[in-house]
Design a protein around this ligand. Structure first.
Ligand code: SAH
Ligand code: SF4
Ligand code: F3S
Length: 444
């Protein structure tokens, strides 16, 4: 590769889950600390970081087509870095298949991006897919993000090895970031304007640590400590695993006002044979009982989940068990996917891979019910008054958008600013958002 001019501008494009978005923000901060500026809207950057996701097929293919399409106005290629989970899983393949790529950096190694960039400028290609985990966080610059809502990664990696999933291979073993680091980072985010923090982890409720007094605490203990920070109004967390649920986290939903009434708890399937083949290590019944306990602690809690249809060998009757579970839970929101065989995972080698058409049909039927329930949940909130955190301007002048405590998108007209907490009556529910009417500002 030829030596290249040092980049003046950068753009980070994130394609994955919220943790991938968080990583993207941290990479942007690293590049900013090196004196590189974010590229203006609509202008191609000198350095593009493709922060990829490997969870389903199309995501990986998209990386190659994006690499092909990247061009600066003079026709030359920007400096390209591929980061994220595809980089981790297919680093060597990317280097071989895409000569325009200068850097490949995995999700646990991106703190080394600045050094790699120096090499790229000197004309050397570099790959780093080491997994030193905590070392990464220690060598990142301070948070700079200015926004009323912020992500905070508290836990990374996964030891669950669901048979369909690449995450244990791309993100490595489960680790928890230390308590004091998290409190410090939360303080920085609050100083920069965050009023809501979402704690992130592939298995966020597996977080464990020691508080300042040396007591062992779990996620609930961390949430209780964060709730004591002035200026922070709302706490959320995602994604939880049914098998790591501690009693105290359920209790916290009834006790900590700043903890929002929302739980994302993926189940994947409502059939026990399929759950076993997925290596989920819980049953449909144990999952339902767990949700009951959350509802007992916080009756208005909005429930959310993830589903996979067409796992190898899934029969029509087994799929119907998933529909049945959905009918029982009545989710406020949910995400559903067609099974995608991932290279290197046990399920990709299983017999009885399901026809694409069968998967399409099942996904449609499942989504029809999930949409029905989401709309019903929204309609049931009509007439309620709640606090909305104002996140951005709406399309029309004077219109604002924000989230209800139940994570519904609410829009309304008011004289307010981004970051305000306003009291809004939920007036008219749609399938995906709710029109509200301002009651009165509560805090400024
Ligand atoms: N750690 C989280 C989420 C991981 S990925 C959890 O276990 O809940 C987010 C979602 O992607 C999963 O919940 C699952 O529904 C979906 N997913 C993961 N691997 C998949 C695959 N191979 N095909 C289709 N969907 C998949
Ligand atoms: Fe993947 Fe399962 Fe781990 Fe979630 S718990 S990240 S689905 S292996
Ligand atoms: Fe995708 Fe990696 Fe997240 S595979 S879903 S970016 S952990």
């Amino acid at each position: 590769m030829k030596p290249q001019n040092p980049p003046k501008t950068y753009r980070v494009k994130s394609f994955g889950c919220q943790m991938n978005v968080y990583d993207g923000e941290r990479m942007a901060e690293l590049l900013g600390a090196k004196g590189i500026a974010p590229a203006p809207e609509g202008e191609e950057a000198d350095l593009v970081v493709l922060n990829t996701c490997h969870i389903r097929e199309k995501a990986a293919e998209k990386v190659y087509s994006d690499i092909g399409r990247l061009k600066k106005p003079d026709g030359s290629k920007p400096i390209i870095a591929v980061a994220g989970c595809v980089a981790q899983a297919e680093g060597e393949e990317i280097m071989a298949r895409a000569p325009a790529v200068s850097m490949v950096v995995g999700p646990q190694a991106y703190h080394r991006l600045p050094e790699m960039l120096d090499k790229a400028v000197a004309g050397e290609r570099a790959t780093d897919t080491d997994m030193p985990a905590i070392a990464k966080f220690d060598s990142l610059p301070q948070r700079r993000k200015r926004s009323p809502t912020a992500f905070l990664t508290v836990q990374e990696g996964c030891d669950k090895f669901c048979t369909y999933c690449v995450v244990p291979y791309t993100r490595g073993a489960e680790i928890s970031r230390p308590y004091s680091d998290l409190i410090d980072e939360a303080r920085k985010l609050i100083e920069a304007g965050a009023r809501e923090i979402t704690l992130l982890g592939q298995n966020v409720n597996a977080w464990g640590g020691e508080d300042d007094a040396g007591r062992a605490i779990g996620l609930a203990g961390l949430i209780r400590a964060l709730a004591r920070l002035d200026g922070l109004e709302r706490i959320r967390y995602t994604t939880s695993h049914p098998n790591d649920m501690e009693d105290d986290l359920i209790a916290a939903h009834g006790e900590v006002d700043k903890l929002m009434p929302y739980l994302h708890l993926p189940v994947q399937s409502g059939n026990d044979r399929v759950l076993k083949a997925m290596n989920r290590a819980h049953t449909a019944e144990s999952y339902l009982r767990l949700l009951e306990r959350f509802r007992d602690a916080r009756p208005d809690i909005a429930l959310s989940g993830d589903f996979i249809v067409g796992f190898p060998g899934e029969t029509e009757a087994e799929f119907k068990d998933t529909l049945q579970l959905v009918d029982e839970v009545r989710y406020a929101q949910a995400f559903s996917f067609k099974y995608s065989p991932r290279p290197g995972t046990p399920a990709a080698m299983m017999d009885d891979q399901i026809d694409r058409q069968v998967m399409d049909d099942r996904l449609q039927r499942l989504q029809a019910r999930l949409n029905r329930d989401q709309f019903a949940f929204n309609r049931a909130s009509e007439g309620r008054t709640c606090t909305v955190l104002v996140e951005r301007k709406g399309k029309r002048p004077g219109q604002w958008l924000g989230k209800s405590p139940w994570l519904q998108s609410v829009w309304f007209e008011a004289d307010c600013q981004i970051g305000d907490m306003v009291e809004v009556e939920l007036v008219e529910a749609g399938p995906n958002s709710i029109r509200g009417a301002l009651n009165q500002p509560v805090t400024v």
